[in-house]
Design a protein around this ligand. Structure first.
Ligand SMILES: Cc1cc2nc3c(=O)[nH]c(=O)nc-3n(C[C@H](O)[C@H](O)[C@H](O)COP(=O)(O)OP(=O)(O)OC[C@H]3O[C@@H](n4cnc5c(N)ncnc54)[C@H](O)[C@@H]3O)c2cc1C
Length: 472
């Protein structure tokens, strides 16, 4: 069904219905392309999706996904598709220190960025004065560090030790902030990725650090709602439709599971990095050697511990857990008709390799014991139901030098584009990176058609002090 005819709208196939493919499809449809999206599973959203829990009869996210104020492209995508009202913005981050006390972190009302969080960081009094001064010093150095070749930089863990950071500061501050943002351990993650989190996520703009929490299951947002958007905007959606191969037949073509071949003017491959080589024909791979390197990108696991108690055990909307197995806990509203019993919480454990070999009961018991030490109500409550969900390839591992393996969205093959959180966006493995990649792929598709159109949303504006102090 290619358009071919002069003046007809160009046809574009988007392969993969994760956030990268969804963003590409939304952008291209709004630029009047005839878009068809092929997704292997029966639902959209990819790694940001939910499953049906038979015991509670509700949609449960595989793992809590949160965004931050600095994620301007995900926010733009949510606005374009009218799902932005389903996010709550938390402006106070509730750190629970190793002593079990709550240390709220919020922006000062009068200090400009990058100083707006200074009093909040200073208030993390479970760290010594010397440790807090040391953290401020290391933040200053990160701010002043100019972009260097990622390959030449050490891991952030090594750099922090070189800066004289104490083990407590590393575990109780840097680890808490960075492991959940990067999905990777400090001794594996690159310094440049860590700098991005600290500078763009906390220092560059006042609202950057705020946490955006979805108020509906991910599969409702990126599934049901997006499906309705696509129907209204003429995007042909094929779910349960794995693409077996992408090849060249004069122009790019996709081969479906039943062997049918469909030709398009342009194809955007928006698959996880580990699956891209499998679907590209040998002819394409030969013309694009970088694709062979994608297999060497390592993955990192994230686990979600889902807990249903018979009563409310925590009043805070979320908490950052310092020095514990889980890094974050979220209080979740129950979905459905309200007839469900219990109060639902989700604990997130990023870079959860340390859970390997432990059984579900052990993990749940350890998490509950840690929570009970903070909130005695947990000890008194009855645990009605629990699940541990681990995604072994949740995110790509932001190792030093990874940026060299991340391809641009425009490939050297005419008509073929890639999107995915793993492509060259400058961001770690996040929904923001996925949406950026989709927008960049859409811009490249249009450019190849002789049209310049910008979808990428600008970063949060920096005030004069941030512009002066942060080196770029
Ligand atoms: C447990 C967990 C927790 C996370 N927490 C956060 C968080 O808090 N904040 C955040 O920003 N990010 C988080 N992430 C990362 C975020 O989910 C991803 O970065 C983002 O969703 C990636 O989107 P994508 O479109 O690039 O890839 P994917 O979501 O992997 O999409 C690829 C799609 O391609 C489909 N596909 C595969 N093969 C084929 C085929 N042959 N034909 C057609 N379709 C195919 C897949 O089914 C999938 O839908 C988390 C991820 C996980 C797993």
């Amino acid at each position: 069904m290619t358009s071919g005819a002069a003046g007809a709208a160009p046809t574009v196939a988007v392969v993969g219905g994760g956030l990268a493919g969804l963003a590409a499809a939304v952008a291209l449809a709004s630029a009047e392309c005839r878009v068809e999206l092929f997704e292997a599973r029966r639902w959209l959203g990819g790694r940001a999706a939910s499953f049906h829990d038979p015991k509670t009869d509700e949609l449960v996210d595989h793992c809590q996904h949160v965004s931050m104020g600095c994620c301007t492209n995900l926010a733009d995508f949510c606005r374009r598709t009218a799902i932005d009202a389903f996010f709550r913005r938390d402006r106070t981050l509730h750190f629970i220190g190793p002593d079990g006390r709550c240390y709220p972190l919020a922006a000062s009302a009068w200090l400009p960025a990058p100083l707006h969080l200074a009093s909040g960081f200073w208030g993390l009094k479970y760290l010594s004065i010397g440790e807090r001064i040391g953290i401020a010093r290391a933040m200053w150095r990160l701010m002043r560090m100019r972009g260097a070749d990622d390959q030449r930089l050490p891991t952030v863990g090594r750099w922090l030790r070189e800066q004289g950071q104490s083990e407590r500061a590393i575990e109780w501050f840097w680890g808490v902030v960075l492991i959940s943002a990067l999905g990777e351990d400090l001794d594996r993650a690159s310094l440049s990725a860590a700098r991005k989190v600290i500078v763009d996520g906390f220092l560059a703009a006042r609202e950057a650090y705020t946490v955006e929490v979805p108020q509906a299951p991910l599969s409702t947002l990126y599934g049901v709602r997006l499906q309705a958007w696509f129907a209204r905007h003429g995007v042909a959606l094929h779910v349960n439709a794995p693409v077996r191969q992408v090849k060249l037949e004069g122009q790019p073509a996709v081969v479906l599971a039943d062997g049918a071949t469909r030709r398009f003017d342009k194809v955007v491959v928006a698959l996880p990095w580990s699956k891209v080589r499998d679907v590209l024909s040998d002819e394409i791979a030969a013309a694009w050697p970088l694709v062979e390197q994608l297999g060497s990108i390592e993955a990192a696991p994230i686990s979600g511990v889902h807990l249903w108690f018979d009563r409310s055990v925590m009043e805070l909307p979320h908490a950052v857990l310092v020095g514990r197995l889980g890094q974050w806990i979220f209080k979740r509203d129950r979905q459905g008709d309200g007839a469900h019993e219990g109060h639902y919480y989700q604990v997130v454990i990023s870079a959860s390799r340390n859970l390997a070999g432990r059984d579900r009961q052990q993990i749940v018991a350890e998490v509950c014991a840690e929570l009970a030490a903070i909130w005695p109500a947990v000890g008194a409550a009855q645990l009605l139901h629990a699940r541990v969900v681990t995604e072994h390839a949740a995110v790509f591992s932001v190792r030093p030098g990874l940026d060299h393996a991340r391809p641009l969205q425009q490939t050297p093959i005419a008509g073929l584009f890639v999107a995915g959180d793993w492509t060259a966006t400058g961001w770690p493995s996040t929904m923001e990176s996925a949406v950026r990649s989709g927008y960049l792929a859409a811009e490249a598709v249009l450019r190849s058609l002789g049209r310049e159109q910008r979808f990428l949303a600008p970063d949060l504006p920096r005030g004069w002090l941030a512009r002066t102090l942060i080196a770029d």
